[in-house]
Design a protein around this ligand. Structure first.
Ligand SMILES: Cc1ncc(COP(=O)(O)O)c(C=O)c1O
Length: 399
């Protein structure tokens, strides 16, 4: 039995996404920049995908720049707006796609302030506002944290930053497909998406740039993407990305209705509330998993449970258990979980997200992340629970 509980690392492409991509790996091979018929056919595919991505975000098509994914979009934004002497405010719980370029820019004379989260994983708008200075040229706070699933108050942060004339970016990579993402409702100037996190293909994403905002390209060359991202378009990826957006929009609308019908679900560990989330079924599985884990191990800590979270994610600390050993044990038994974001889970460093929430390095090394997805079943969750029930006490003895 192979059970995948790591949907925040990546997701399986939807069959409809694959079907949308296949012609672009064969008969539709033209270069969208070519004037001839082959090129125009490819251009139509890219145009449709752009319309779908724009509709998904409530944006205009000319506000969408296709990129190779979330990391490139974040890098374009940060490198594009940074200047020596300029100040950038980010949260301390951002993904390395934001934190690593910030560290590189810092070495070039850009001032970076990293705002910590509270103990439940929320970055407070007042804390962000307090960090602003007359030199601040950008605020960047993610919409959903990849480790805890906590939804950040980005709309309020944008209001406060705009009142001081500061543009705002949100990394919405972990929000897309899980909660509605509307650029106007959020009031952001820039937003990042990645297709592979919501049943689209890998290696493609987008940067939303609000109309009227200028941003130089990171990759220079040809005039593609309205001169904002050079390089012949990844047409199969773009086609699949557009389809993933269309499917996610349908799923979100349907599941929102379901959720209203069923009401809210408590986790049983002190009450996390998933208001307005997509994923009733996913949410039920995640909540069942959490409830049972806390029953089995009353000292387990569900990080972020006191805050509003997306319905699929659970970052749980098991005191006295080495998280890497636990993830490895489960993997050997056929269950895939993670010790944090896939990009950093191979390192032995404690999760920077938990450190920014005030946990000790020891506590941060005891947390594993479960992220369920549309394909998971109740039987899979039961099986994972049985394995946990055996592995946790065994590892406690070792540790
Ligand atoms: C919050 C967040 N931002 C950015 C990224 C990077 O996206 P990509 O894999 O498309 O480069 C990830 C991927 O794990 C993520 O979780």
């Amino acid at each position: 039995m192979h059970i995948y509980l790591d949907h925040n690392a990546t997701t399986r492409p939807d069959p409809a996404v694959v079907a949308e991509m296949l012609p672009c790996l064969g008969e539709i091979f033209g270069n969208p920049s070519s004037a001839h018929t082959f090129g125009q056919e490819a251009r139509r595919v890219a145009d449709l995908a752009r319309q779908r991505v724009a509709a998904f975000l409530g944006a205009h098509t000319d506000e969408i720049v296709f990129t190779s994914g979330g990391s490139e979009a974040c890098n374009q934004l940060l490198h594009g707006l940074a200047r020596p002497g300029r100040h950038i405010v980010v949260s301390g719980i951002e993904h390395p796609a934001v934190l690593a370029p910030c560290a590189a820019l810092e070495a070039c004379g850009v001032r970076i302030t990293r705002v910590a989260a509270d103990a439940s994983g929320v970055v407070h708008p007042e804390a962000v506002a307090a960090a602003l200075t007359p030199e601040t040229g950008l605020v960047s706070v993610m919409l959903v944290n990849n480790d805890t699933g906590v939804i950040q108050p980005v709309a309020e942060i944008a209001k406060l930053a705009h009142a001081r004339g500061v543009p705002v970016h949100t990394d919405a990579v972990q929000a897309a497909g899980k909660i509605p993402v509307d650029v106007r409702a959020l009031g952001v100037d820039f937003l990042t998406l990645s297709a592979h996190k919501f049943n689209g293909p890998k290696g493609v994403g987008a940067l939303y740039i609000r109309g009227g905002r200028e941003l130089p390209p990171l990759i220079r060359g040809g005039g593609q993407e309205n001169r904002r991202r050079a390089g012949t378009e990844n047409l199969p990826g773009i086609a699949g990305f557009g389809k993933a957006c269309e499917l996610a929009a349908v799923r979100l609308n349907g599941e929102k209705t379901e959720e209203r019908k069923n009401g809210r679900i408590n986790t049983g560990n002190g009450g996390s509330v998933d208001a307005g989330n997509a994923g009733t079924e996913t949410g039920e599985l995640r909540n069942y998993l959490e409830t049972k884990i806390v029953e089995l191990f009353p000292d387990a800590v569900v990080n972020g449970a006191a805050a509003e979270r997306v319905s699929n994610t659970s970052l749980i600390s098991f005191p006295g258990v080495n998280a890497q050993a636990l993830a490895l044990n489960l993997d050997l038994a056929g269950v895939a979980i993670s010790t944090g974001s896939a990009c950093s889970s191979s390192s032995r460093d404690p999760s920077h997200v938990l450190l920014a929430m005030g946990r000790t390095p020891q506590q941060a090394l005891e947390a594993v992340r479960f992220s369920v997805g549309p394909g998971n079943t109740a039987a899979e969750i039961e099986h994972a629970l049985q394995l946990l029930a055996a592995a946790v006490p065994r590892l406690r003895k070792v540790g």
